[in-house]
Design a protein around this ligand. Structure first.
Ligand code: NAD
Length: 269
C-alpha cells in the first residue's frame, strides 16, 4: 500500500457486518495509514460485529444514532479527543427506510416512516456537518463522502421513498459543500454506487434480479464494495483536493449505457 492517508484522522459510519461498504472502507483506510473512529446506531451495535473490525483496525467505537444531534456532538468531540486532533475525513454510509422494510408500496407510504427514512438517510448528513461546523471539528481541506444511488435521478420503482432520501442527500452534499468549502475548504461529494450485496441492499424486493440486470448493462460490470472502498480512499486523499459538490458515479459505466449486447440478446430470443 502507498500510505496515502498517513496522518489523516477520520470518522467512519455504517459498518454493520463484513458485507457493509463501510467495513471495506475502514479496512482500506487502515491499510493506507489513516486512524479513525467507528460509529453506528446503538441498536446496530448490539446486533453487529463491529468489535471485530475495531480490533482489526485499532479503531475506537463511539455509538451514535445519526438522527440525534446530541449523540453526533459526542461523536465528533470524542473522536477529536481519541484521535488527537481535528478530523480530515468522514464517511456517511447510512441508509434505512421503514417503508421498504414493511413492504409499503410507493402509492401507500406511511408518512411517519417516510419522515424517518429522510431523517436517517439524508438529514443525518446535514446534522453531522452542522455539528462538525459548530465544533470547528474539520481540518482545512477535509473530505466528506456520502453513499448514494442512481434512483435519486431515475425511477427505480422498488426503491420507493429512498429515492427522495437520496435526492435530498445529494442536495445537502452540494449545499453544505458550498458553505464548508468557503469556510474551511472542506469538500463534500456523493458516490453513486452500483447495487452491492449488503444488508441494506438485499433488503430491497427483487434486489438479486436487479443486481444481475445492472451487471449485464454495465460495460465493466457492477462495482464491488472493495472497489468502492478504493474510490473512497482516493477522495479522502490529497490527490483529489479540488473535487467537491459532485455526485460521482461508481457503477462500471451503467449510468451512461442505454442497452448492452447481452440484454439485446435476452430480449431477442
Ligand atoms: N447496497 C447497495 O446496493 C447500495 C447501492 C448504493 C448506495 N448504497 C448506500 O450505501 C450506504 C451503506 O449501505 P450498505 O449497502 O453498506 O448497507 P449496510 O446495511 O451494511 O449499511 C447501512 C448502515 O446504516 C446504519 N444505520 C441505519 N440507521 C442508522 C442510524 N439511525 N444511525 C446510524 N446508523 C444507522 C446501519 O446500522 C448500517 O450499518 C447506504 O447509504 C446505502 O443506501 C448501497
Amino acid at each position: 500500500m502507498n500510505n496515502i492517508l498517513k496522518g489523516k484522522r477520520g470518522i467512519i459510519t455504517g459498518a454493520l457486518d463484513a458485507n457493509s461498504i463501510a467495513w471495506k472502507v475502514a479496512q482500506r483506510c487502515h491499510q493506507e495509514g489513516a486512524t479513525f473512529t467507528l460509529t453506528n446506531a446503538p441498536i446496530a451495535m448490539r446486533m453487529g460485529e463491529i468489535k471485530k473490525l475495531a480490533d482489526e483496525t485499532g479503531a475506537e467505537i463511539i455509538p451514535a444514532d445519526a438522527t440525534n444531534v446530541d449523540e453526533l456532538t459526542t461523536l465528533f468531540s470524542k473522536s477529536m479527543e481519541v484521535l488527537g486532533g481535528k478530523i480530515d475525513f468522514v464517511l456517511h454510509s447510512i441508509g434505512m427506510s421503514p417503508n421498504i422494510r414493511k413492504n409499503r408500496p410507493y402509492n401507500d407510504l406511511d408518512y411517519n416512516f417516510y419522515q424517518k427514512t429522510l431523517d436517517v438517510s439524508a438529514l443525518s448528513l446535514h446534522k453531522m456537518m452542522s455539528v462538525a461546523w459548530k465544533l470547528d471539528a474539520m481540518n482545512d481541506w477535509g473530505s466528506v463522502v456520502a453513499l448514494t444511488y442512481i434512483a435519486a435521478q431515475r425511477v427505480y420503482p422498488f426503491y420507493t421513498d429512498m429515492a427522495e432520501a437520496k435526492a435530498m442527500l445529494e442536495s445537502v452534499t452540494r449545499s453544505f459543500g458550498y458553505h464548508y468549502g468557503k469556510k474551511n475548504k472542506v469538500r463534500l461529494n456523493t458516490i453513486s454506487q452500483s447495487p452491492t450485496m449488503t444488508t441494506a441492499g438485499s433488503g430491497i424486493a427483487g434486489f438479486e434480479t436487479f443486481f444481475g440486470f445492472a451487471n449485464e448493462l454495465s460495460p465493466l460490470g457492477n462495482a464491488s464494495a472493495d472497489a468502492c472502498a478504493d474510490y473512497c480512499v482516493s477522495l479522502f486523499s490529497d490527490l483529489t483536493r479540488y473535487v467537491t459538490m459532485q455526485n460521482l458515479f461508481h457503477d462500471g459505466g451503467y449510468s451512461n449505457t442505454g442497452i448492452s449486447n447481452e440484454i439485446m440478446e435476452k430480449f431477442g430470443k
